[in-house]
Ligand binder design. Structure first.
Ligand SMILES: *[C@@H]1O[C@H](CO)[C@@H](O)[C@H](O)[C@H]1NC(C)=O
Ligand SMILES: *[C@@H]1O[C@H](CO)[C@@H](O)[C@H](O)[C@H]1NC(C)=O
Length: 393
């Protein structure tokens, strides 16, 4: 009886999984931007940058989604050398196909507002959120710091491929790429024709300048090193840099008020990357007290949950400068997650996260097309039963 029922369920689950695999995403190949090499727009190992593109069609033929991949940062020569020969430092090491689902899907059922757009996912290989631009290459290390040149070369290439006629365009990205879409939002706007409707979307890119669990400063120095190593100052907000200097202007909270282009933020208030790397990084948790909690939020002690609640409040405070302009939107949920647009389960599915009874796909589509403003902050953890909280191994 029991095993028979189990077999039936296993069968149903397998069929279900198979249909998920076949319908919830499809593979798109990698395009190398060889022409960028002559412009010095190269990955950390000197190889050409690369992206995945699925062309627009029908009514979406003149609409462009340009999405930048994330993957942390390298803050100094040692760490950039360690990254150089990985998929985050070299297009030779990148996977040759990428699954397009969620916001990249080409079927209206999975992606009602952007399915027919030109959809581009740019691979990350510079370690600076596409902000670096150092002319000189040290012959001792041979490490180029050229993220901003990659950004520019990709946009120029897409303009030549038809984006110069864009009716709609959106700069997007997740994690370090979500930071790109904040830091480079107005630069992107300036590279497109004035007649194009341009907006920016940041998924999990609002990294805050918070202290660690032991009260030490960690991310602030790390970001200052990133900006210094990569020579990022030139692409950062000039208003912010004049006031605070370049290092602090890598933090969205210090420059978001200067962005002129419409922008939307998707972020978990308990962003799992931020908890693991800003609040409780290894250097601030030598004894590993936070290990279990960082892997699975349900394993946090009540004392740790209190600290996480404090982090959420700090996160919300950092959003103050975002302001109330109707051109701006936000979806700040109370999940333990990081990046919610590029996968079907969190973008749009029967069980995907909701805020104000609205999926991320609908909130973003309503905001982009100005059907409805969306600016909502979730109640504190664990009130939201729609989360897909991350559990790490
Ligand atoms: C590079 O950065 C790492 C991480 O912040 C640090 O541990 C290391 O000491 C730095 N190395 C140098 C050479 O500055
Ligand atoms: C939430 O949205 C669904 C589908 O749009 C609707 O059927 C349902 O009544 C809504 N629930 C609430 C509480 O508004």
């Amino acid at each position: 009886m029991v095993s028979g029922g189990g077999g039936k369920w296993l069968c149903i689950i397998l069929v279900g999984l198979l249909s998920l695999l076949t319908t919830e995403g499809y593979d798109v190949g990698l395009t190398f931007l060889d022409s960028a090499v002559a412009k010095g727009a190269v990955c950390l190992d000197g190889s050409a940058p690369a992206y995945h593109i699925d062309k627009g069609f029908g009514a979406g033929i003149d609409n462009w989604l340009v999405f930048f991949e994330g993957g942390g940062w390298c803050n100094n020569v040692t760490n950039c050398l360690a990254r150089r020969d990985t998929r985050l430092g070299s297009s030779k090491e990148m996977l040759k196909v990428e699954t397009f689902s969620g916001m990249f899907h080409n079927k209206p059922k999975y992606n009602p507002d952007f399915y027919d757009w030109n959809r581009i996912k740019v691979r990350y290989c510079d370690g600076s959120s596409f902000t670096g631009d150092v002319e000189a290459v040290d012959p001792k290390t041979n490490l180029p710091f050229r993220g901003a040149r990659i950004f520019r070369a990709v946009i120029d290439d897409l303009l030549a491929k038809g984006m110069k006629n864009a009716k709609n365009a959106m700069l997007a990205g997740c994690s370090a790429g979500g930071l790109t879409s904040i830091l480079q939002c107005d630069n992107f706007r300036s590279l497109l024709p004035a007649s194009t409707k341009v907006k920016c979307l940041s998924d999990a890119g609002f990294f805050i300048n918070a202290k660690t669990v032991i009260g030490t400063s960690h991310i602030e120095g790390f970001y200052a090193d990133v900006v210094k190593t990569h020579g990022s100052a030139k692409v950062l907000s000039p208003e912010c840099v004049a006031k605070l200097g370049p290092g602090l202007c890598f933090f969205p909270q210090n420059m978001v008020q200067y962005i002129k282009t419409p922008i939307f933020l998707i972020n978990a208030a308990y962003d799992s990357w931020q908890v693991k790397n800003i609040l409780a990084p290894g250097v601030a948790d030598r004894k590993g007290t936070w290990r279990e909690c960082k892997l699975d939020i349900t394993k946090c002690s009540s004392a740790q949950l209190n600290i996480l609640q404090g982090y959420r409040l700090e996160f919300l405070k950092a959003l103050t400068g975002f302001g109330n302009s109707p051109s701006r939107g936000m979806f700040i949920n109370s999940c333990y997650s990081h990046c919610q647009t590029g996968i079907q389960e969190t973008w749009l599915r029967d069980d995907s996260p909701l805020l104000g009874n609205t999926t991320i796909a609908k909130a973003v589509g309503d905001w982009y097309y100005e059907r409805n403003a969306f600016k909502k902050i979730d109640c504190p953890y664990p009130c939201d039963k729609t989360c897909h909280n991350r559990v790490f191994d």
